[in-house]
Design a binder for this molecule. Sequence first.
Ligand code: S3P
Length: 437
Amino acid sequence: MQNFSRPSALTGTLVVPGDKSISHRALLLPALADGVTRVRGISDGHDVAATRKALQLLGISIEDRGGAVEIHGQPLQRWQAAQTGKDGLVQLDCGNSGTTMRLLLGVLAAAPLVRAELLGDPSLQRRPMLRVVEPLRRMGALIETSSTGSAPLQVRGRSLVGSDHVLQVASAQLKSALLLAGVHATGATHVTEPVLSRDHTERMLAAMGARMESRDLTVAVWPGPLHSLGDLQIPGDPSSAAFGAVAAALHPSAEIRLPGVCLNPTRVGWLRVLQRMGGDVQVLQEQQVGGELVGELLGRSSRLRATVVRAEEVPACIDELPILALAASAAEGTSRFDGIEELRVKESDRLAAIEKLMAALGIATRSGHDWLEIDGVGAPDHWRALAQAWQPGLDHRMAMSAAVTGLTGPHPVGVAGFATVASSWPGFVSQFKDLSQ
Ligand code: S3P
């Protein structure tokens, strides 16, 4: 249990961890290239550690050296587990991480020497995997799921045939799994999304020499060797930065600097929404780092007004909807979020979890399968005290959202099982302690 209460001021610099999405890819993609890649600023979260451990079990050497993570990649044809169980399968524990499980699945489906079982914690075991398993099967993949179509998954690598996929959901995990399979299949693979999701995989594959083409919402990839990236710097995680920027907006006396944050347009929908609500967040010192736009954010205390978040905007703020909902609860007027059904299949049913947190704060909400309305009360001072400790389950972002209610509102909050934040941000408590006066 971790307790949070509002300090008289929240000022200073918040250093967010390396971006989680890019960190997974910065391990997995260089592992596929013949040669050495040195990565700096990688996420210290448990999700990324799960990807690293899985790759090591698949025979990839990954070491900490001189402040960088050094990956000694090898072409997928040579990947082989050093040790397997009696059934000939190597067990890969993906923990709480959907990105680890879905991206690895796309790769391992095409790894001729690998037989693996992908396991997850109780949260990951409830998440849908057929959305990635079925299109991979159409490419020839041999994958078995549990009876509910989720983890544990068993995959037997074999040669795949490139194919065309039209996705029903804008999911970067799904798109990435298919592109990574496609780079190791025969012929071309096309992936069309309903709305552009984060594009880190495409950027990194292109930088590694993959033959690719993007037009509108379709990306195509052809098979071919990947070359190592040499040195790569990971920018700060905008999904973590959102907690700092919203905390600054909600606290009555705040000025928080967030240096080195990834500003890839597919990731900062939350920033556009927060600014539209009247959030005082400035973007300073933009520059290109490692193929991504990076900058410093400066967030200050703000008076927020309600907004409407349209379905097309959702993929670029999917992970930040819990903290944006909290911002909406303290805004003037009723906010509406449309096209948010994907929230139901995240680390928890986040739409239900958001409504539960809102109810505990005394905020009125209405919802349907894919939408949510929140009647803002104008300021955190009008939130009610939580009757009991918040139980986020195995959902790091719901744990951090509840923490922000304590850091910015008038009533202290206890969050049970707060250790779950280590999925993405082990340093959350110490970083916010440094800001508190
Ligand atoms: C991620 C994609 C998103 C996001 C997740 C990370 C990625 O998931 O919610 O936190 O790194 O590709 P979906 O692909 O399921 O939308």
